[in-house]
Design a protein around this ligand. Structure first.
Ligand SMILES: Nc1nc2c(ncn2[C@@H]2O[C@H](COP(=O)(O)OP(=O)(O)O)[C@@H](O)[C@H]2O)c(=O)[nH]1
Ligand SMILES: [Mg+2]
Ligand SMILES: [Zn+2]
Ligand SMILES: [Zn+2]
Length: 393
């Protein structure tokens, strides 16, 4: 018999035993249908929707329940059986196999303007096409509205219209940004990982407190892809034409952001100053096309990582070493030390979503001919850390 695994809600990140899931009646004619205030509150809906009633499964013997949590239940109002399980905290519908497989959650995050939205667009596309083919993996959109939102807000502007995705609005303005896009990557043999993408407006990074949705998602993800904007490093800015740079933003400087990340873990898990964070963290410099004039012509960042069906470990190592050397040259030894002292399993990566600088004024930029560089490296490294793909020495 399959073991059950703890479930982490992909929306509110509450963690609970599978036996703690609630059920939602799926019968459209059920007399118990009503406004779901809990769901509306978490989703930021102004008027609650009329939805199927939420209820716990009938009690069963304690041991049986622990061993084999119910995956269906009978609605007390209409007697229909339902398989829809929801989170006990926020009533978000769980994936059909939540708790039945070991779910790994990988989250992408970064400060304001680091390039998250455009990176998400390319990462999903690369996974669905090239990477899926090389690693014999299938990618599926899960959860409420993921596919439509990806098509509308990410794929269409960038891939069909050649437009840089405009800045994300804050979660207060656009409640859609509070709902993650969830993709599941399933490898041959059935093992899988979930990629949970919150395209938050980056300024929320600054006001991280342990109660915020972003914070919970950082704390409870099993691995992080953490985007850092090299164009916010003062020494880099001094070496590039001012007209091509985004406005300076001290709150988006890598050192500041990494420090905030550390503080968050201290507050939530009571980490002591000597403790390091052990989950895999891919610190990823975005927009590396802009750095090309500053790099050595032999730099690995000019070409792909050649991860054809296996992770090229030598490449991961040399990119890490190369970026670490550049960061030391640009910021002094402090940043590398900060990362090493706080993260036991961190690597540096460099990506460019577009492969070249976009053109036009901010807010209406265009990109001609997408030529993404190394977009998949961080997630492949994380897959390897989870034992989902093999490495090649
Ligand atoms: N040169 C270059 N600029 C990028 C790239 N990705 C994003 N940008 C720039 O960074 C800005 C912010 O990107 P966005 O994805 O909106 O960042 P977010 O706020 O983290 O979601 C965009 O408007 C682009 O101007 C890239 O790969 N190369
Ligand atoms: Mg964005
Ligand atoms: Zn929840
Ligand atoms: Zn019912």
């Amino acid at each position: 018999m399959a073991r059950s695994h703890p479930i982490t809600c992909p929306f509110c990140f509450t963690r609970f035993a599978p036996g703690g899931a609630l059920f939602r009646c799926a019968n459209p004619r059920c007399p118990g249908r009503a406004e779901d205030a809990v769901y509306a509150d978490y989703q930021g809906l102004v008027t609650p929707e009329i939805m199927g009633r939420v209820f716990p499964a009938e009690p069963r013997g304690g041991w049986l329940r622990l061993l084999r949590p119910p995956i269906s239940a009978v609605c007390p109002d209409c007697g229909a059986e339902t398989h829809r399980r929801v989170c006990p905290t926020c009533h978000y519908e769980l994936l059909y196999d939540a708790g039945l497989t070991e779910e790994r959650m990988i989250a992408v995050l970064g400060g304001r303007g680091t390039g998250k939205s455009n990176y998400i667009a390319l990462l999903v596309n690369r996974l669905e096409n090239t990477i899926g083919a090389h690693f014999d993996a299938a990618v599926r959109a899960l959860g409420d509205r993921t596919r439509e939102r990806y098509e509308r807000d990410f794929y269409t502007p960038l891939f069909r219209q050649g437009q840089v995705i405009p800045p994300t609005r804050t979660a207060g303005v656009d409640p859609a940004t509070r709902t993650p896009l969830v993709f599941r990557i399933t490898f041959a043999g059935g093992r899988s990982a979930n990629l949970v993408l919150f395209d938050t407006a980056g300024e929320d990074m600054q006001s991280l407190d342990t109660m915020s949705v972003e914070a919970r998602y950082i704390l409870y993800a099993d691995a992080l892809i953490f985007l850092l904007d090299p164009l916010q490093i003062p020494a880099v800015r001094h070496r590039l034409p001012a007209a091509e740079l985004p406005p300076s933003d001290p709150g988006a400087e890598p050192e500041y952001i990494v420090g905030r990340l550390r503080e968050l873990y201290e507050q939530e898990f009571g980490l002591r100053s000597r403790d390091r964070i052990t989950k895999p963290v891919a610190f990823t410099l975005s927009k590396i096309d802009m750095l090309y004039p500053l790099l050595d012509p032999g730099s690995g960042l000019f070409h792909t990582g050649e991860h054809f069906g296996t992770l090229n470990l030598a490449d991961v190592r040399s990119i890490h070493a190369e970026i670490s050397a550049y960061l030391q040259a640009w910021m002094g030894p402090h940043f590398n030390t900060l990362v090493q002292m706080n993260f036991a399993n961190a690597r540096y990566f460099g990506v460019s979503s577009f492969g070249r600088p976009p053109r036009g004024v901010p807010g209406q930029q265009k990109v001609e001919g997408l030529a993404p560089v190394r977009v998949e490296d961080p997630i492949l490294w994380i897959f390897h850390q989870f034992g989902l793909i093999r490495g090649r020495a």
